[in-house]
Design a protein around this ligand. Structure first.
Ligand SMILES: Nc1ncnc2c1ncn2[C@@H]1O[C@H](COP(=O)(O)OP(=O)(O)OP(=O)(O)O)[C@@H](O)[C@H]1O
Length: 312
């Protein structure tokens, strides 16, 4: 069974289409990273899953239930860490977890939950005095109450220091071991890279990529960009360069040549230019990374990468 099934989901506000024709399936037990820059439509999608926002068009099923008509059944089996979670200043950490247990109608040891998220020492302190990271841990603890089948985490690492972000990833992995489906959003690829089976990348309301991290890596491949600065009158024969083994494309920009090629084709490229009598004054290479790919998809690259320059 799929834990989440979105089919042709669109959410329009008066003058903004927050989500546009989104179809996405997350399998049971999968850890799915939902990525995209600010305003891409991640929170809107999450709110649609939880029926806090109603889709303008499309169908949404969560844990086998219709997200709108059977939202109570969905929420009973779902743990949520909402974006911008606010604590009740005057309640202790333990009281927060007790509150979450009451609302879910489950029994349990609040201190065990607080231990799990690393704030057991602060159980008796008022949450108003908690740091941002402690609040985030508390929110995660509340989401874990009742051993949900689906965990929805909206930007779970925000406010966490590196150690906290690592613990968050460990908890996600432990939950996944238990068979929980985890759907979490982030605008930082590296936070989801370590834990996700698959990622979806949103941009301006549309899903622009959906793949495994492996698949994304394959799309990046071992390609790198070789930037060569030339001088003198000899005009490089770009066709001859393109024919070299491992070279996939060559473009020129004034005296600069941009060559996309395998890492090991660089020497051949420089050699070919020299044999053409082209003077090479400088060259540098840049390895493509997953982050480059993410930036290419989300259009936050160097300003020229509107569309990914990869064969996904
Ligand atoms: N209630 C609303 N009324 C009007 N426009 C809205 C509303 N909620 C969201 N939007 C718009 O929909 C778009 C998507 O917003 P959304 O909050 O889903 O993005 P996001 O990917 O979660 O961003 P962030 O990373 O900043 O949280 C934005 O342009 C936002 O301004």
């Amino acid at each position: 069974m799929a834990a989440i099934e979105l089919d042709g989901v669109t959410k329009r506000y008066e003058d903004v289409t927050a989500v546009s024709d989104l179809s996405l399936t997350v399998d049971d037990g999968e850890v799915f990273g939902f990525l995209g820059p600010n305003g891409a439509g991640k929170s809107t999608t999450i709110n649609i899953l939880l029926d806090f926002v109603r889709a303008t068009e499309g169908t949404v099923r969560v844990l086998g239930h219709d997200a709108h008509r059977e939202s109570v059944a969905v929420r009973a089996r779902t743990g949520v860490l909402p974006e911008g979670f606010d604590v009740y200043d005057r309640l202790t950490g333990r009281a927060h977890v007790e509150f979450a247990m009451d609302s879910k109608g489950v029994e349990g040891d609040p201190d065990a939950v607080l231990r799990r998220v690393g704030i057991a020492d602060a159980a008796d302190r008022k949450a108003g005095g908690y740091s941002k990271g402690m609040r985030q841990r508390l929110a995660l603890g509340m989401a874990l109450v009742g051993d949900p089948d689906l965990l929805i985490l909206d930007e779970p690492s925000s406010g966490l220091d590196p150690a906290g972000a690592k613990e968050m990833r460990e908890i996600v992995l432990q939950e996944a071991e238990r068979g929980t489906t985890v759907f979490f959003s982030s605008h930082v690829l590296e936070q989801v890279e370590a834990v996700c089976d698959r990622v979806g990348i949103m941009r301006e309301g549309e899903l622009v990529a959906e793949d495994t991290i492996e698949g994304l890596r394959d799309a990046v491949g071992t390609e790198s960009t070789l930037r060569v600065t030339t001088a003198g009158d000899a005009i490089p024969d770009t066709d001859a360069l393109t024919e070299l083994d491992g070279v996939s494309s060559v473009s020129t920009d004034g005296e600069t040549l941009l060559v996309s090629c395998d890492g090991d084709a660089k020497t051949a490229v420089i050699g070919e230019l020299e044999s053409q009598g082209v003077e090479v004054t400088d060259f540098e290479t840049r390895e493509a990374s997953l982050e480059d790919l993410f930036l290419a998809y989300t259009g936050r690259g160097d300003g020229t990468a509107d569309e990914p320059e990869v064969r996904a």
